[in-house]
Design a protein around this ligand. Structure first.
Ligand SMILES: CC(C)(COP(=O)(O)OP(=O)(O)OC[C@H]1O[C@@H](n2cnc3c(N)ncnc32)[C@H](O)[C@@H]1OP(=O)(O)O)[C@@H](O)C(=O)NCCC(=O)NCCS
Length: 388
């Protein structure tokens, strides 16, 4: 079956951070209303709604979020509303479901969103909830959590390729310094390598500044058939590559510790669909939940040879003025990682870049990529977006 082109015609986002007093429902409503207004669509034109969320059931006791938000937005109750979950990839799955419905011609206009409220719970409770994406019959029984998971990968990457602790720290410095410009970021103070290196040890070799913080936030987008996009906006952004793949639910099952197979396969599919190569990408938002993740992901996406990612950071290639700017938004490390919202938060940042409207603008950016990984690399979504 031939698929139709699909465009993003509207985007919305709350800031990511400690949004005290703002509820899950309110944040999702704000982001969706902004996206609807930005797209210039009538509420009655929206034909389906998907929302990503990961841990609200566990930490807030709130489920059936999609219907909750449809009611809050005052959308037509005859439309289907669906929550999707794929750990930290949940919002990207919502985007992909919306894409499929429009691409196959089932609907013309679909609203997609992602939301998470984390900071009202203790770090212990959030850590336990996040770890629920690890296979609880095997590796989960060891007490492994995500800072531990990425510390293991970092140790192996350093052992195999000579990646240095300083190179990990440089990812943090870059992303903190990028977030200075981003009003949606949780941490907007610049930092230095000394400050990163002397921050509190979390799981060796990762320090506090190597870890993304928990955050509250929501993001949303309005999708429509590409042929209709210019009826609504002068600046449509086309989804030219989109893929979701499945990896392992435990680290011990992977053949190698230094690569996430779901990222490799999602990138391959997205690049094939877009008929592009990694060197065609102008700007990237990828899943830097911990500093080694940025290095491993950039290699797995095909931007650098395996083992060379740390050196690419050291050489400044991934800086805003470098050959391949990565996480100009501040990334998960500084912008924050409200897990169920992150994927659409990344899409929001890339759409702003491609419209030429970003606060930390990459000059002349035409094609952008988002990479969003969930759990132990169990889910991965890669999207390639292009300005018209
Ligand atoms: C690293 C972690 C354990 C720290 O939690 P914690 O010990 O409770 O520490 P806090 O969040 O209270 O932070 C302590 C301080 O450091 C600051 N801080 C935390 N992370 C920071 C960062 N990345 N950059 C700058 N400052 C940071 C906080 O603002 C806080 O400052 P304050 O004392 O002035 O208020 C927690 O943030 C964490 O688990 N992160 C990873 C989350 C995760 O796994 N997500 C899914 C990934 S796939």
């Amino acid at each position: 079956m031939g698929l139709r082109g699909v465009s993003i015609i509207g985007i919305g986002s709350t800031p990511f951070g400690i949004l005290e007093g703002r509820t899950l429902k309110e944040m999702a409503t704000v982001a969706c209303n902004e996206a609807i207004k930005d797209a210039g669509v009538e509420r009655s034109q929206i034909q389906a709604f998907y929302i990503g969320n990961y841990i609200a059931g566990m930490i807030l006791g709130q489920e059936t979020i999609a219907a909750l938000v449809v009611n809050s937005l005052g959308l037509n109750r005859e439309i289907p509303s669906t929550k999707v979950e794929g750990a930290c990839s949940s919002a990207s799955i919502a985007l992909r479901q919306g894409h499929l419905l429009v691409a196959t011609g089932v609907y013309d206009i679909v609203l997609v969103a992602g939301v998470e409220k984390m900071t009202s719970a203790s770090t212990e409770k959030v850590t336990q909830a996040l770890a629920s994406s690890i296979d609880m019959e095997t590796e989960g029984l060891t007490g492994l959590t995500f800072p531990g998971y990425w510390a293991l990968i970092a140790q192996r990457h350093m052992y195999e390729f000579g990646t240095t602790i300083e190179q990990l720290g440089m990812v943090s410095v870059k992303n903190h310094n990028n977030a200075v410009f981003n009003p949606r970021a949780r941490f907007r103070d610049p930092t230095t390598l000394d400050e990163v290196m002397s921050s509190r040890l979390i799981t060796d070799p990762l320090k506090l500044f190597d870890c993304c913080p928990v955050a509250d936030g929501a993001a949303a987008a309005v999708l429509c058939a590409a042929e209709m996009a210019e009826d609504f906006t002068k600046k449509p952004v086309d989804i030219i590559g989109i893929a979701q793949t499945t990896g392992y639910s435990s680290l011990y099952e992977q053949a190698q510790l230094v690569t996430l197979p779901a990222t490799v396969s999602a990138a391959k599919k997205a690049f094939e669909m877009a008929k592009l190569k990694p060197e065609d990408i102008d700007v990237v938002e990828l899943h830097d939940c911990f500093t080694p993740a940025e290095i491993v992901d950039a290699e797995d996406l095909g931007f650098f040879e395996k083992g060379k990612g740390g050196w690419a950071v050291e050489e400044g290639i991934t800086q805003v003025d470098g050959r391949l700017p990565i996480n100009a938004s501040g990334g998960l490390i500084s912008k924050g990682h409200p897990v169920g919202a992150t994927g659409l938060g990344q899409a929001y940042e890339i759409v702003k870049q491609l419209r030429g409207e970003h606060e930390n603008q990459i000059k002349g950016a035409e094609i952008g990529l988002t990479h969003n990984a969930g759990g132990t690399g169990a889910v991965c979504c890669v999207n390639i977006l292009k300005r018209r």
